[in-house]
Design a protein around this ligand. Structure first.
Ligand code: OXD
Ligand code: MN
Length: 584
């Protein structure tokens, strides 16, 4: 008798009509075959095997280089269940419309069946997915990003407890591109894109959108968070999970080389993008990284910004849409070397500086996480690591101080719910457009965000030892438009203060928005920073906060009565605290 997985694969094959169905076992021999198929398709290159052994460059269709939020849908019977921040389709309509695009989409192609585990094999927090796809690039990437093949089939056995994902690149026409999630069925359909976030269905589609829905039902958390461990003198490691909107340096923070290494502070990496967390028997929130690789943005990555990932990506890495040197090495803007003569662009053309960049701005590396020198020895611990602090952040040129601590869990949830990032005009330092992005989950929450806030509030009541909640802002600017904080490895000074607060030490002063470090609260030894810059970094400006409160009020109004009363209360409370703190 067919297993539930085989039965579903048969159903998918009946719809998409491939010439051949190949079940992947995850072996090295199979991988070499897949890579060869990728090369034969003409859109991929083997890189310099001396300097980049087992590395490849893939070029995607120029119309298909990023996640497409406007083509991403959550499909539930009631529109209100997805809320005002998600695109909605009714399940029957979605099945009909997208089903027509999938009908026969794999004719003349191979359907690869990719069983995979999100999370370490055998972990009680891990979950199995099965993706069928007609893209060998997706198979090769899933092999890096998840535990794929026999290990997953073995874990699944005859069980029907897996998340099926049907993916076809279709004809790559953006007009026929849909990424649809059916959270009630735990099903994903994606057609018309070969790009990572749209096509590697284990990542954003399963590990965030479907998993966030499951997590609410089952009392756990699936978050868009990096996980890092901060080692302190004596060797103890304290774990923190942090959420930032895309393009705020999550990967760099997770893999940071600490500037306080000589003092005994070192950062270890568990994950750079997603965190699944369950309450452990010890009463702590236990986190795993469901992924096995890093799918990071290449431009701007260098020995200065992320030496750990630079060390990792010289072998077994797939690059997507970067430039390529005549020596068949990858190259991108901000890599730290001059563009070499003969550079080839991500489109495969000779580079001409007058025609723009060589690497697509969203070009990526896909690299096994275990290759990072910073990988934590416990990164695959089946029970997960205990989380002591949550850190929220965003780009705020004028508003948020370098770091502050919320008063309690409920206030911390409010801090996460009001998260936002600004686009700034770099030259002038003018404040740009503010995009509200609660908990960095706006594009990734698989249900109504008002219910998501409620879920956060309820989790706080259930966790015996809840993490303390902080907010950071590496991006505050001075009047001259320049960043006030050096960032990168110096961010460990902020993590050190967070650790001290978790341990009940660390000096802070109360402000209307939370606890901010006192002047001597932050370790500044060895750092050249002007006292005025520090004042500005920690300034809490009542007018700026009044403007931001008005903006978040407007955002929350979208949710109507569904918004938890606690959020409204916390919003009012900040305003009141400002009124009380202003001298008469
Ligand atoms: C990502 C994103 O690619 O958040 O991780 O956009
Ligand atoms: Mn992300």
């Amino acid at each position: 008798m067919a297993t539930p997985m085989e039965a579903w694969v048969e159903e998918a094959a009946r719809l998409t009509k491939p010439d051949q169905v190949v079940f992947c076992d995850g072996s090295e021999a199979e991988n070499q075959n897949i890579l060869q198929t990728m090369l034969n398709q003409g859109d991929s290159y083997q890189l310099n095997q001396k300097t980049y052994p087992n590395c490849y460059l893939h070029r995607s269709n120029p119309s298909d280089v990023a996640r497409t939020e406007h083509l991403t849908f959550i499909s539930t019977p009631q529109k209100d269940d997805v809320g005002p921040t998600n695109n909605w389709m009714d399940p029957e309509g979605a099945k009909f419309k997208v089903g027509k695009l999938l009908d026969g989409a794999m004719r003349g192609r191979i359907m690869y069946v990719v069983p995979y585990i999100m999370g370490p094999a055998g972990s009680p927090i891990s979950k199995v997915g099965v993706e069928v796809t007609d893209s060998p690039y997706v198979v090769a990437s899933m092999r890096i990003m998840s535990r794929m093949g026999k290990v997953a089939t073995d874990q699944l056995g005859n069980s029907s407890d897996f998340v099926p994902g049907l993916h076809s690149i279709g004809d790559l026409d953006p007009l026929r591109r849909y990424i649809v999630h059916f959270p009630q069925e735990r099903l994903i359909w994606s057609v018309g894109s070969g790009y990572g976030g749209n096509a590697l269905l284990g990542k954003k589609c399963f590990a965030l959108r479907i998993a966030s829905y499951m997590a609410r039902q089952q009392g756990w958390m699936a978050e868009h968070m990096l996980i890092l461990g901060l080692e302190s003198p004596g060797g103890r490691v304290t774990y923190m999970a942090a959420a930032f909107p895309s393009a705020c340096g999550k990967t760099n923070l997770a893999m940071m080389v600490s500037s306080l290494q000589d003092m005994g502070y070192k950062v270890w990496t568990i994950g750079d993008d997603i965190s699944w967390m369950k309450i452990g028997p010890d009463g702590y929130l236990r986190a795993i990284n469901p992924e096995a690789g890093f799918f990071g943005v290449a431009p701007g990555t260098s020995m200065k910004t992320n030496p750990n990932v630079m060390a990792a990506l010289h072998h077994n890495t797939i690059f997507t849409n970067t430039g390529m040197t005549p020596e068949f090495e990858p190259w991108w803007e901000g890599i730290g070397t001059e563009p070499p003569p003969g550079l080839i662009t991500w489109r495969g053309e000779k580079w001409d500086p007058s025609k723009g960049v060589a690497a697509q701005p969203n070009s990526r590396y896909t690299v096994p996480a275990k290759q990072s020198p910073s990988i934590d020895p416990r990164w695959e611990a089946p029970e997960g690591v205990p989380i002591s602090a949550f850190i929220f952040g965003g780009r705020r040129a004028r508003l948020a101080p370098l770091v502050y601590e919320s008063f309690n869990w409920q206030h911390g949830v409010f801090v996460g719910a009001t998260m936002a990032s600004e686009t700034t005009a770099a030259a002038t330092g003018d404040v740009g457009i503010t995009r509200r992005d609660p908990m960095a989950m706006l594009p990734f929450c698989g249900y109504n965000m008002a219910d998501y806030f409620q879920h956060w509030l309820e989790m706080g009541k259930k966790i015996p030892h809840p993490p303390k909640i902080f907010h950071v802002n590496w991006f505050r600017k001075g009047a001259d438009g320049k960043f006030l904080w050096p960032g990168y490895g110096e961010n460990v000074r902020v993590l050190k203060w967070i650790l001290e607060r978790v341990e009940g030490r660390g000096s802070a002063q109360e402000t209307p928005i939370g606890y901010v470090p006192t002047r001597n609260g932050l370790t500044l030894e060895g750092l050249k920073i002007a006292p005025e810059a520090l004042d500005e970094l920690f300034r809490v400006d009542a007018d700026n906060w009044a403007t931001d409160l008005a903006d978040s009020k407007e955002f929350f109004a979208k949710f109507g009565d569904r918004l938890p009363a606690e959020i409204r209360k916390e919003h009012e409370a900040v305003g009141k605290r400002f009124q009380q703190s202003v001298p008469a």
